[in-house]
Design a protein around this ligand. Structure first.
Ligand code: ZN
Length: 488
């Protein structure tokens, strides 16, 4: 493994050396949420995965422009361009304006993302704020001959596009496999082929989200917003486009087709997709009724949870799997993640207690190299975490005088933990400082009471204090210099 960054590109289906188009600038577009409900685990995974990628690229010195959109129009209940708009439907059910729904759930999404310690994108464009740009792009696609107008709606002509370019190259599908028996659909469908998709839809009389256009009063299709906004803010060709694997088809496949049809340029150099979160092996989703929101997780207010889990536990749980692997959710897995995170963060309490000696008995530089190698191998966060845990074992051995560390190596080790734990993995200590100080003070008091009991040979009391603390997951350890404690 060299010191070059390798990223897996969905388009080529292999890992490629990362070479931005205009270094040190990196343009990164990630498909954001459709804001019609509370954010759930399925939103947390792409947010944390692309936050890791964003943080690491910045760490490497790239000047990243991170654009993540908000879908507030055009995403219909049925992906085949039929049915109600998801936001309009929610607004109708709640008797609110669609933009009230958008405002409420955008704010709620931002709050959840902040709790997960994800960095804000540089630009967060909304589809409804770019209707004119979308209309202009649709015009270009029509002018170039790759779209047709029927009854005020505009559809992308996939078959015609496929004669010149390759529709399906991202998802590995071909038109023949997509061609279903369209005869049954033809009566109600205006499309030439069932795989054509809407660029603009004429609004039915009851449809409330509508804008004027050259073709009809209506609204844009779901895919065109991302082609339009990525082009507008990152250019006709940019470095990274990301999103969940469930977006590869039809959303991203159609984005490529739209951009190529409009601009005659392949829009994206590296397509990056995170895998899904499953619950007992099943895809998570509202229809399956195994849907779990971030607010539920943070409050513990869901029957599958035995307790509340902190945002950092959720973040750590996500980072413990590589972004391209599936991640199976369970209460037990979160309990394990909570324990692991505590163990990792506890190291920061141990550093100041370590005694240095002339020579280190283990290779600290090697730990740093291995962490970088793991990140350079397609952002492999679980391997980074494994190396950090190896280091945690060594640190605890130094504390127990079983290993030694030199003063410069201790400084390097502190730097490694600060860089990888906080800056790159984006974890943070969740107890605020006041609370930490309070707990430290109380523990010193309890341990001095226990020491007095021991001095008076009142071992029943000193043992009782130790056992009661253990019930609170606080482990007391007697050393020759007095007692020490840590969260288990
Ligand atoms: Zn998108």
């Amino acid at each position: 493994m060299s010191d070059k960054l390798f990223v897996y590109n969905t388009l080529s289906r292999k890992k490629e050396v990362f070479e931005p188009i205009n270094p040190p600038f990196v343009g990164m577009y990630v498909c954001g949420p459709t804001v019609y409900g509370d954010a759930h685990l399925g939103h947390a995974r792409p947010a944390v995965s692309f936050d890791l990628i964003y943080r690491y690229l910045k760490h490497l010195g790239y000047n990243v422009r991170y654009v993540r959109n908000i879908t507030d129009v055009g995403h219909l209940v049925n992906d085949a361009d039929q049915g109600e708009d998801k936001i309009a439907k929610k607004a109708r059910l709640e008797k609110l304006e669609p933009m009230e729904i958008v405002q409420y759930y955008t704010q709620s999404y931002h709050k959840n993302m902040e709790q997960l310690n994800t960095l804000s994108p540089n630009i967060e464009p909304r589809a409804t704020g770019h209707i004119i740009d979308q209309i202009e792009m649709v015009k270009k696609i029509i002018d170039n001959g790759f779209a047709y107008v029927v009854n005020g709606s505009v559809y992308f002509d996939v078959e015609k596009y496929n004669k010149k370019y390759n529709y399906g190259k991202l998802s590995g599908r071909n038109l023949e496999s997509l061609r279903t028996n369209t005869r049954t659909l033809q009566m109600q469908d205006e499309k030439k082929n069932n795989f054509d998709f809407a660029l603009w839809k004429k609004a039915l009389p009851e449809h409330i989200m509508r804008w004027p256009s050259p073709w009809s009063e209506g609204f844009p299709g779901w895919h065109i917003e991302c082609s339009t906004m990525s082009t507008k803010y990152l250019g006709e060709r940019f470095d990274i486009h990301g999103g969940g694997m469930d977006l590869v088809f039809p959303h991203h496949e159609s984005e490529i087709a739209q951009s190529v049809a409009a601009n005659k340029t392949e829009p994206v150099k590296y397509w990056i997709h995170n895998n899904m979160i499953t619950i007992k092996g099943q895809k998570m989703g509202k229809s399956l009724n195994n849907f779990i929101t971030l607010n539920d997780l943070f409050s513990g207010n869901n029957k599958v949870l035995s307790q509340a889990f902190s945002p950092m536990t959720i973040r750590f749980f996500i980072l413990q799997a590589h972004y391209r692997s599936t991640l199976d959710f369970s209460n037990e897995a979160l309990i394990a993640a909570e324990k692991g995170l505590k163990k990792l963060l506890n190291v920061f309490n141990v550093f100041d207690k370590l005694k240095t000696s002339g020579k280190s008995s283990f290779d600290v530089k090697e730990i740093q190299d291995k962490c970088y190698q793991a990140m350079n191998d397609d952002f492999n966060s679980p391997i980074v975490i494994a190396h950090l845990f190896d280091a945690v074992r060594m640190i605890n051995s130094v504390k127990d005088n079983k290993e030694t560390i030199s003063a410069p190596d201790l400084e390097l080790l502190k730097k490694i933990f600060n860089v990888f734990v906080f800056e790159i993995l984006g974890l943070k200590s969740e107890k605020d400082n006041d609370q930490t100080e309070l707990i430290d003070g109380l523990m010193q008091m309890i341990l001095s009471v226990r020491q007095n009991a021991k001095n008076n040979k009142d071992y029943a009391t000193s043992d009782k204090i130790r056992d009661e603390l253990l019930k609170l997951n606080i482990k007391v350890k007697d050393t020759k210099d007095g007692a020490e404690w840590q969260f288990e």
